[in-house]
Design a protein around this ligand. Structure first.
Ligand code: DX5
Ligand code: ZN
Length: 218
């Protein structure tokens, strides 16, 4: 199933609760929350406290994207805050298998994210253990960047691996996704579409989400 995941990084934080309710009403499937530490990425965003606050205003699954150098140290906190999916970057984990198990043990769905230049082969021995792969389609750290076209063959490559291996894995794309790019990534094989600025900077969230949904019909 194809899913749209608004990223609250581009929401108006003075009215975060209303913003979440608005995208839920507009047809969002997940709420994507970006956690940045100023080390792994050159920006700082929010932590478990905000995840816990978002949890109180919506029943949509919280799709938490860790962009932090020490994901293992925060798995328990994000579980307690109410994350449904917890995704960490392969580039940040020494013991990828252990991190996945820890996330699963805490009742969350484990995901692995790859930067645009990281190759798919880091996934070779963990595909049976994860629920989601998040392919970055910009360099992580900021909203509103331009989609990297070179991501397309990578999405196709991963879709191929997932189909051939019969894995039950969602392929999520993040960065520069909106009505103009969603068809491209959907045709390449992605099924979860993160969109920050395309949704929250648009005048009508429902219209933008509907337009994206129209453009990902098979
Ligand atoms: C970037 C974050 C994204 C960000 C995407 O590092 O992971 O989730 O919010 O923003 P847009 O959709 O504006 O490119
Ligand atoms: Zn993200």
């Amino acid at each position: 199933m194809k899913k749209i995941a608004p990223s609250i990084l581009s929401a108006d934080f003075t009215r975060l609760g209303e913003e979440i309710i608005a995208v839920e009403k507009a047809g969002a499937d997940y709420i994507h929350i970006d956690i940045m530490d100023g080390h792994f990425v050159p920006n700082i965003s929010v932590g478990p406290m905000i995840v816990e606050a978002v949890k109180r205003v919506t029943d949509l699954p919280l799709d938490v994207h860790l962009m932090i150098t020490n994901p293992d140290d925060f798995i328990d906190e994000f579980a307690e805050a109410g994350a449904a999916i917890l995704t960490f970057h392969a580039e940040t984990a020494f013991h990828i298998n252990r991190t996945i198990q820890h996330i699963r043990d805490r009742g969350m769905r484990p995901g692995i994210s790859l930067n645009p230049a990281t190759t798919l082969n880091v996934l070779d021995y963990v595909l049976a253990d994860i629920d989601l792969v998040l392919l970055m389609t910009v360099n992580p750290g900021f909203g509103g960047q331009k989609f990297i076209q070179g991501s397309i063959p990578k999405i196709k490559g991963l879709r191929d691996i997932v189909e051939k291996g019969g894995y039950d894995i969602e392929i999520e794309v993040d960065g520069g996704i909106g009505p103009d790019t969603v068809n491209l990534v959907s045709s390449a094989g992605a099924n979860v579409f993160v969109a920050g600025s395309a949704i929250f900077s648009s005048p009508d969230y429902s219209k933008t989400i509907s337009l994206m949904r129209e453009r990902i019909q098979d």
